[in-house]
Structure formats: C-alpha cells, structure tokens
Design a protein around this ligand. Structure first.
Ligand code: SF4
Length: 366
C-alpha cells in the first residue's frame, strides 16, 4: 500500500531471502540483529523467537568465529524466519555459514581480501541460491587509512561510499552473481540519505536502509525515523533495520512504526492515550505499557489487533469525547473507568481489569 506522500517506489531487481523477497514489488521488510552470543544456542533462539512474535521478518546474527558459524544450522532449524550471517574478514566463515543453510550472507568483499577468497564465497552462495548483502559503513570504508578521519563534506563521503558499493557489486557481477542487496550507512542522517539517494540513481540493486549506531532508544528512533523516513518517502529503500542500543524487539517495533506512519505497512493497533493531567486518577502509563507488552509479544494478538484504534484516557471529563474516534477504549474515573465502543458508553470496568478487557475485546474482534 502506498500513501499519498510517498513517491513511486524505485524499480529494483528482486532478491529472494528465504521465504521473503527484497526489492521488486515486495513490501518493505523489517529486519533486526541479535545482540546475543551466536555460540549460545538457547539465548540466540529465544531472542529470535521473541523477535518473530514482534513481527521481525529477517534476522541477522554476528559470526565472529567458526564455533558461531557451526551453530547456524541449529539456530536455523529452531526458528521460522530467514537467517542472515554477518561476516567480517574471514571468507571461510561465509562458506561455512552457507553450508549451514543460512538464507543470506552480509559481507564487505573489500574486507574479505584477495579475489580467490571472494570467488570462493560467491561460488558457495551461487550454488546454494543464497544472496549477499554488501554492507558499506562510512566509518569502515576501504579507502580510509587506519585512524584517518578526513574532513570531507557529506557529499564527498556519500560519493565515496557509493563508489565503494558499486565497485564491490561489480566484483560480484563479474562473477555472474546478481543476487545482491546493498546498504550504505553512516551515523548521521545527511550522509546516509545522500549516499542512498546517489546509489539509487545509479543501480537497480535493492537497498537495505539504516542509520548505523543511531544511539539510545529516543535519540536513535528520532534519527532513524528521519533518515529512513526521508528515503522511503522518496520511494527509496526495500528493507529496513533500525539500529538502537536497545532490546532488538524495540528495533522491530520502531521500524514498523516508521513504515506504518508512511502508509507502507500495517502493524498492530493504533493505541492512543492521553498525556494525563491534574484530573487523572488512574495510572494510564502503566495500563498502556502492560497493553503494549501483551500485544507485541503475541503474534496472533498482534495480527488480530491490526488496524484497530484503541483508546486509554485518563478521565471522564474529556476522555470519552477524545476517545470517540476509537473502535473501543476506556476513560478513567477513580479506580474504575467507562468502557466506550464507537463513541458509546457501554459499561463500567474496574481499573485492574482494563488490560484484560482490552485483550478480550481484541481477541473477539472480527
Ligand atoms: S483525558 Fe482527562 S486526564 Fe487525560 S489529559 Fe485530557 S483532561 Fe487530562
């Protein structure tokens, strides 16, 4: 679905990643990355399952050594979404990851080294039908000498990032390998947006969007929303990862909120709540947090709640009026509240039962 503020999406090739496609006419997909130790099977699988419940569609894990690479098959067998191996430097880890059955490999061919090594990775990926993401990050470009921090303008940075991505893509294409996704990330909006815009004008390779090392939940979400949002609103971008120093579940939720606000994806309910004021005698914040925790950790409930507008208001003075546009909701009194459906006051519900009542109502929604 496209919204009115959204330019026509850029035409890209389609790249299959397990059961999802990136680019072409596919919806913009949501990715995240585990922050567990990939060698720890239980912790990694538990985290991926929580991410799946929150709607994550593609998950990436770091592969720092052979022990981690050899764990990928077991992780893959225990999860339901495509698994991406994040490889730096060692081509043998990429080849092992493919052997373990991963659905995509993220490398930077420049880091892999000699042509023979890149060729071995490409050969393994091609035989297994596994795509490669070329990830170019501003801070670790090949053209930078160690410790170098050049005083380039954002445009100069962006041009160099694009050149590096195109050179790397050409290396793969010369080996007749075309299942490529590219990412161009910087830790600021200007370089990220410029690099992706320049690249989009030069290539049909799908783009994985993100602002790298975006920061804490609030700062990172704002930065990512602007950077990713600016690109998506120009029709640029095929898959998204919001990078936050946070539980990866919040990265998934933030990514969907960006896509939802641009009219590109549906995701969960529209939960509205008042900011509270001196009239409020119920704990609106606690109710909203409990509701979010319940809904965003239950895939079936999340799906059921899609498109529903649910209101939690702090008082009966303004609450019922402000909740009028909601499908249903509650407006507080003291220890209890008025239950409202489509603007009509239906019954009184004790405050301790609000969350359960909303959940019951979502489950019974058509
Ligand atoms: S709904 Fe009531 S409690 Fe909430 S901000 Fe409005 S007046 Fe205040």
């Amino acid at each position: 679905m496209a919204c009115s503020c959204h330019s026509k999406p850029r035409k890209t090739r389609t790249v299959k990643v397990g059961r999802y496609s990136i680019g072409g006419s596919s919806p913009v997909s949501v990715q995240s990355m585990c922050n567990t130790d990939t060698r720890d099977l239980k912790a990694t699988v538990d985290q991926i399952r929580r991410l799946e419940d929150a709607g994550c569609e593609i998950i990436r894990v770091a592969v720092p050594d052979m022990q981690a690479a050899e764990n990928l098959g077991r992780i893959k067998a225990a999860i339901g979404i495509p698994l991406v191996a994040d490889i730096h430097f060692d081509w043998r880890l990429a080849v092992e990851a493919v052997r373990q059955g991963v659905d995509k490999v993220r490398i930077n061919p420049g880091n892999i080294g000699e042509k023979d090594k890149v060729r071995a990775v490409v050969k393994a990926c091609k035989a297994a039908g596994v795509p490669i993401r070329i990830g170019v990050n501003a801070g670790s470009m090949k053209c930078l000498k160690e410790g170098q921090s050049p005083r380039w303008t954002s445009y100069e940075w962006a041009k160099r990032m694009v050149k590096e991505a195109l050179d790397e893509a050409r290396t793969l294409e010369r080996l007749d390998f075309h299942d490529i996704v590219v990412s161009l990330k910087a830790d600021d909006i200007e370089r990220t947006v410029m690099a992706n815009t320049l690249f989009a004008a030069k290539s049909d390779i799908p783009l994985h969007l993100g602002v790298t090392e975006a920061g804490s939940f609030l700062a990172g979400t704002v930065k990512s929303s602007l950077g990713i949002g600016l690109l998506l609103s120009q029709g640029i971008g095929d898959t998204v990862r919001v990078s936050l120093t946070e539980d990866p579940v919040m990265q998934v939720r933030a990514a969907y909120e960006i896509l939802k606000s641009l009219g590109l994806r549906h995701y969960g309910p529209d939960l509205i709540s008042c900011p509270t004021c001196g009239r409020c005698q119920v704990n609106v914040g606690k109710v909203i947090h409990e509701l979010e925790d319940r809904i965003y950790s239950d895939r079936a409930l999340l799906k059921k709640a899609e498109g529903l507008k649910i209101a939690v208001m702090g008082c009966v003075v303004n609450g019922p009026g402000e909740a009028r546009s909601a499908d249903f909701g509650v407006a507080g009194g003291k220890g209890k509240g008025v239950w409202i459906e489509k603007g009509k006051q239906i019954k009184v519900v004790p405050e301790r039962e609000w969350v359960n009542e909303v959940i019951r109502k979502i489950r019974s929604a058509k």
